[in-house]
Design a protein. Structure first.
Length: 119
C-alpha cells in the first residue's frame, strides 16, 4: 500500500503522503467554506424574498382593508340615499294629495262664487 518511490526511506514517504492528505483536506475545507458562504448567501436572499413577500402581503391586506372600508362607506351612503329617496317619495305623495284637496276646495269655492255672481 506504500506509494513510496523505490529507494526512498519509509519515513519520507509517510511524510509526503501526510503532506498530500493535508493539502487535499485544506482544499476540501476551502471548497466547503465557499459552498457554505454560497448557501448562507442563498439563505439570506430567500429570507429577504420571504420578508418582501410578507410585507407585500401586508401592504396588499392594508390596501384590501382600505378598499373594503370605502366600499362599506359607499354601501352606507347608498343605504342612506335609498332611505332619503323613500322619504322624499312619501313626502311627494303627501304633497300631491294635499294639492288635490286644495284644488278641489278652490274649485268648490269658485263654483260658489259663480252662483253668487249669477244670482
Amino acid at each position: 500500500m506504500s506509494t513510496a518511490a523505490p529507494g526512498a526511506p519509509p519515513d519520507i514517504d509517510s511524510l509526503g503522503s501526510l503532506e498530500e492528505r493535508i493539502r487535499r483536506i485544506v482544499e476540501l475545507v476551502a471548497t466547503l467554506r465557499a459552498e457554505r458562504e454560497a448557501a448562507l448567501a442563498e439563505r439570506d436572499s430567500a429570507v429577504a424574498e420571504r420578508d418582501a413577500a410578507v410585507e407585500d402581503g401586508r401592504i396588499a391586506e392594508q390596501e384590501r382593508a382600505k378598499v373594503q372600508a370605502k366600499l362599506d362607506a359607499v354601501r352606507g351612503d347608498t343605504h342612506s340615499a335609498a332611505a332619503e329617496a323613500q322619504r322624499l317619495r312619501k313626502e311627494l305623495e303627501e304633497l300631491r294629495g294635499e294639492r288635490k284637496q286644495v284644488r278641489t276646495r278652490i274649485e268648490k269655492l269658485l263654483g260658489q262664487m259663480d252662483q253668487l255672481s249669477g244670482s
